[in-house]
Design a protein around this ligand. Structure first.
Ligand code: HEM
Length: 302
């Protein structure tokens, strides 16, 4: 884990390979000490939170507050159900901005090898405004907390629901890379995206006026029968099809796609190697809301 004498110097390798590996090992070791565990709470959720916190350079002293903010903001994505929750979200948003401003200030004085230090440099060179900095920090937090968790949860669910596919992965964990792509196609965490027309455009026979919204149903496109053979089948040996839209497309293509893919691959591979008898051990609970699709509870035993 970070902080041990075996930790390699920070680099692309450190963030995109060593850190997710070390975090997966540590979380799975804790989970394996129990008879059964919750795949979401014990593995899928804490893994990306650990990785994004490290990537941003959140100090140990701020990690529990950062995790609390991220969790509350993430829950807000499923809908705001009371005035109390709305007030709490506003307060948390303000606390988060305060925390980022403090960290930016600290990293401007003493830069580190992390994303907040890079953002501090960009701000110093006036390449980003304060508003853009806060927006970027919030986006990275949400993306880090609310997406990869569901790639892992939806993926393990699809694999266990299709025992032939799980057996294939266990017999050859090299299929983990393909499994990640098939999970992202078959059951993507982000269901839809929005675009706003800057100019008048014609789309599928409709005129979209400037300022008009278009909702793009990414998950539906991933099962387009004109694009994929047997679109409803979960098949990790699928090959040759076009790229799915789970990470969207164009100028807003997901910035964290590579990191999410690495995290998913490490988890699927490690579970297949270490827990081939993995199976569901109780009722699933689905998270609320429609924009993000995933599970909030997934008891398993191995
Ligand atoms: C399986 C995991 C993930 C999925 C399914 C996912 C999905 C997406 C999608 C669909 C978009 C495009 C939204 C749009 O079209 O407007 C997006 C954008 C983005 N994602 Fe991800 N994401 C994942 C993980 C991550 C991670 C781990 C990070 C950060 C480390 C991240 C950072 C971002 C950022 C910054 C953008 C905005 C890019 C832009 O607007 O230029 N994502 N993501």
């Amino acid at each position: 884990m970070p902080g041990t004498c075996h930790e390699p110097a920070r680099s692309g390798f450190y963030v995109q390979f060593w850190l997710p590996h070390a975090a997966t090992d540590s979380l799975l070791a804790k989970a394996a000490a129990k008879e059964s565990f919750d795949l979401i709470m014990d593995l899928a959720a804490p893994l990306p939170i650990t990785v994004i916190s490290d990537l941003l350079g959140i100090p140990d002293t701020d990690r529990s507050a950062f995790t609390e903010y991220g969790t509350l903001i993430g829950e807000g994505l499923s809908g705001v159900h009371s005035v109390r929750q709305a007030e709490r979200l506003i307060a948390v948003g303000e606390d988060l901005v305060t925390m980022f401003d403090r960290l930016l200030h600290e990293r401007t004085a003493v830069p580190g090898d992390d994303v907040i230090s890079d953002l501090a440099v960009a701000a110093g060179q006036e390449r980003m405004t304060a508003r853009e900095l806060h927006g970027t920090a919030l986006l990275l937090l949400i993306a880090g907390f609310e997406t990869t968790v569901n790639l892992i949860g939806n993926g393990v669910r699809a694999l266990l629901d299709h025992p032939g596919q799980w057996d294939l992965l266990c017999s050859d964990p090299g299929f983990a890379t393909a499994a990640v792509e098939e999970v992202l196609r078959y059951d993507p965490p982000v269901q839809a995206s929005l675009r706003i027309a800057h100019t008048e455009v014609e789309l599928a026979g409709r005129t979209i006026r400037p300022g008009g919204f278009v909702a793009v149903l990414l998950a539906a496109a991933n099962r387009d029968p004109e694009v994929y053979e047997r679109p409803g089948d979960f098949d990790i040996t699928r090959s040759g099809g076009p790229d799915h839209l789970a990470f969207s497309s164009g100028i807003h293509y997901c910035l964290g796609a590579r990191l999410a893919r690495v995290e998913g691959e490490i988890v699927f591979r490690t579970l297949a190697e270490r827990m081939p008898l993995l199976r569901q051990a109780g009722p699933l609970r689905r998270r609320e809301g429609s924009s993000i699709r995933g599970l909030s509870q997934f008891p398993v035993t191995f």
